[in-house]
Structure formats: structure tokens, C-alpha cells
Write a protein that binds this ligand. Sequence first.
Ligand SMILES: NC(=O)c1ccc[n+]([C@@H]2O[C@H](COP(=O)([O-])OP(=O)(O)OC[C@H]3O[C@@H](n4cnc5c(N)ncnc54)[C@H](O)[C@@H]3O)[C@@H](O)[C@H]2O)c1
Ligand SMILES: [Zn+2]
Length: 354
Amino acid sequence: MRRIEVELGERRYPVVVGDGARRELPTVVAAAVPSASRAAVVTQEGISAIVDPGVPSERFVVPDGELAKSLSGAEALCRGFARTGLSRTDVVIAVGGGVVTDLAGFAASIYHRGTAYVNVATSLLAQVDAAIGGKTGVNLPEGKNLVGAFWQPSAVLCDTGVLATLPPREWASGRGEMAKYAFLGPPGSPPDASILGLDLADQVAACARIKAEVVSADEREGGRRMVLNYGHTLAHALEAEGFEPGRGWDLRHGEAVAIGLVFAAELAHRLGRIDGDRVALHRRVVGAFDLPTELPGGIDPERTLAFMGRDKKAHHDLTFVLDGPDGVEVVRDVGEDVVLATLADMVTAEGGER
Ligand SMILES: NC(=O)c1ccc[n+]([C@@H]2O[C@H](COP(=O)([O-])OP(=O)(O)OC[C@H]3O[C@@H](n4cnc5c(N)ncnc54)[C@H](O)[C@@H]3O)[C@@H](O)[C@H]2O)c1
Ligand SMILES: [Zn+2]
């Protein structure tokens, strides 16, 4: 097993990665939440991973999909916890992808004003990203992840064995987040896809290590943690726009991030922050992860720009996370004209030889 620590002082916790990591759950619960005499296991139908928390437990099955991440979903969980007599010294165990870990983590954060939880991440995306870092939350009809809390788990188990049943599109989505990490090395270091040459558990561990390090440095996203949104401004816009009637492109989150990474490189180039070779390198690295690098057909730059303005991370003018001489960093007040021109260029180039 590979063991990575998220260094947060008294709230530090381990991320355990490897085939069979879920079997460490009883040990991890006993060590991290010794007060627990019962557990609430939150999971989904279709996730076959069986876990043993080592204490008597009750199972809660939540629906599939983003709609499950709602205030009413959190309420239903908390009421279920209360009915089974879960106390604030007990533990919640989230067994699933990012939807389950975000929702169960949020329910844990508010149940009795904060109850311990452990994530058993079962999707690639959750193992490399969502389950680590303590951002929990639910969606509102007005937008994704608008309600939530920073509430760190007591441990994260990333069992690469359970990924065997993950559907192909979910693998692609997880690879999109993995590709992001290929660009978050030290300033000036070339983005690289060498992570792909590692075995699966080492790939996951390499990403988890970067996420843990960024979270340790900036738990509440005061600055540095924002780099984890590399590729995400366009990605969120594409995802939101894709849900509109008549649009109908079907991109999983990580696929949208992949396109967003290429777009961010083109934008950085237009702003004079990186040269053409580095843009080409972005395309090569994203392509190596077997992910899309082109905008979906039928994009209207003006419309997409409007969706970017709704990204909650955009404060006034458009804010992006962009590559540059000092590596990937937050760049504020990017002019709309530059963004539009970059999108328009990508639309024109669509299907061309690039
Ligand atoms: N909190 C954070 O820091 C953070 C970071 C990134 C993403 N997220 C959130 O994560 C969510 C996306 O997570 P996701 O991509 O894991 O999606 P998901 O949780 O919806 O899982 C995708 C699908 O795979 C299924 N699944 C999961 N594990 C499986 C397994 N081992 N075998 C078979 N099927 C399995 C799920 O039931 C679901 O149908 C989004 O809501 C996003 O906002 C949160
Ligand atoms: Zn993401």
C-alpha cells in the first residue's frame, strides 16, 4: 500500500492507495475515530465494493447522478443517521465516487455540527481528486456546489481493485483530472504524461500526492489551491451549456477538463504567457491521456463566454488559471475579447490538422 499524508496539523490524515485498500477500513477507523461505536455507510446501487468498518453499521443508498447532491439529499441522510441513533462520536463512511463523497461528507459536516467521516473512493476521479481535501457540498438549482463546507475526512482509502467495474466513460473522466496534474509540476518544468507509464496504483498515488500537497499548503483555497481548477473555467461552461435544451453534447467532467486544458494553453499563448511549443505540448499531453482536445461541434463563442461568466470562481472580470513563466497560476481580469478570439480560433480550427 502507498500511504500519503495530508498535512493539516491536528487534522492530518492518511490517503491509502492500492489494490485492496478498502480492507484497511477497520484499522483506519479504530485509529482515526476511536470513539466510534457505530458507522453509517453511504453508497450507491451499482457500487459493489463491500466494506467492513469494524463496528456495527447501517447502510444508506443514495441515488445516482448529480441530482443526488442536493440539500434534500443531505437532509434525508441526516434524518436516517438520527433514526439509527448515530451520535457525534460515531463515523460516516462514504463508499463511492465524487457524488457520494461530496454528499456524505457534507451530511457529516452538518450532522451534530460535525461528525467524523472516512472516504472509500471508488471512482478514478474520486481517488485522484474529489475524495481528498475536505471540500464537501451539494448543488442548488442555481448552480453546482453552491452550498458546502470545508470538512476534512479522517482518512481516505483509494482501492484501485474496485476500479475494475468502473464504466469506460468514468475512466475517461478520471483521466481528465489526472491529465490536469501533469501540468502542476514545479514552475518551468515541462508538462509530462510520464505518469501514464506507472502502474495504476502508482498513477493514483502520484496524483493524490500532488492534491495532498496543494491542500496542505492552502486548505481553504486562499490562493495556491486554485491551481486545481486548471482547465476548469471552460470545462464548467461546457458542462453547463451541454445541459441546455438543444445543445446535447455529452461530455463527462474530465473530458470537459481536457478540452479546457487545451483552451487554457491557447489563451495563455494569446496573452503572451507561453510559446507555441508549450501549447503543442499541452495538446500532446492531453492527447496521450486519450482525451478530446477540440471543442464540441456547434459551439458559439459568445454563448460559451456567457456561461464562463457564471462560473462562481469568476469574481468580476474573467478569472482563469493559466500556465506562464512561473508555472500554473491564477490570472484575474482577463479581457472578454481575448477569450472570445481564442474560442473563435479553436472553432475555426475544429477538424483541421493541429
Ligand atoms: N470535493 C472535491 O474536491 C471535488 C473535486 C472534483 C469533483 N468533485 C465532484 O465529484 C463529482 C463527480 O465524481 P465522479 O466522477 O466520481 O462521479 P460519480 O460519483 O457520479 O460516479 C460516476 C458513476 O460511477 C459509478 N461508480 C463509482 N464507482 C464505481 C465502481 N467502482 N464500479 C462501478 N461504478 C462505479 C457511480 O455510481 C456513478 O454512476 C461531481 O459532483 C464533482 O462536483 C468534487
Ligand atoms: Zn474537476
